[in-house]
Design a protein around this ligand. Sequence first.
Ligand code: PNS
Length: 163
Amino acid sequence: MKRKIAIYPGSFDPPTNGHLDLIKRGLKLFDGIIVAILNNPSKGTLFNLEERIEMLKEIFKDHSNVEVDSSDGLLVDYVIERDAHVILRGMRAVSDFEYEFQMALMNRRLNRNVQTVFLMTGLRWIFISSSIIKEAARFGGDVTDMVPPIVHKKLKEKYDSLK
Ligand code: PNS
């Protein structure tokens, strides 16, 4: 039988414990997950592509069923290219709904063979986002329990180098 693979796309600038939680829960539904860093034209990034790949690879180094990849094209094209057919996204609160709904419908319009599957973000991580973590870290806030250790280290290095 064919392995069921989902693409988990995002900016991952940087990856958070919310992302990790979602991937781990996604692995209960899919045989494998490809974590794909894509361009969100409405966001500038703190970490460059290589830095984000490095962090994600370190985080998932012991998970043989998680692959880290990137693409600079259209998400639905990438999904088909990888022979996956499923986009996995997390939904935190009502505030995410409009954006996620719009994106899912646009992706469906672009390719009807690609399905978007949503998982609710774990309650513990419902209030965190990469943006809010960056803001807290930038002004010296302690984000230790919100991000994986490698991300904590890289955030500190990044903001120290910008001082
Ligand atoms: O983590 P983000 O920033 O919410 O992820 C958004 C992302 C990167 C998945 C989205 O911007 C995207 O799919 N970019 C690739 C270009 C694309 O296919 N855009 C059309 C989607 S409607």
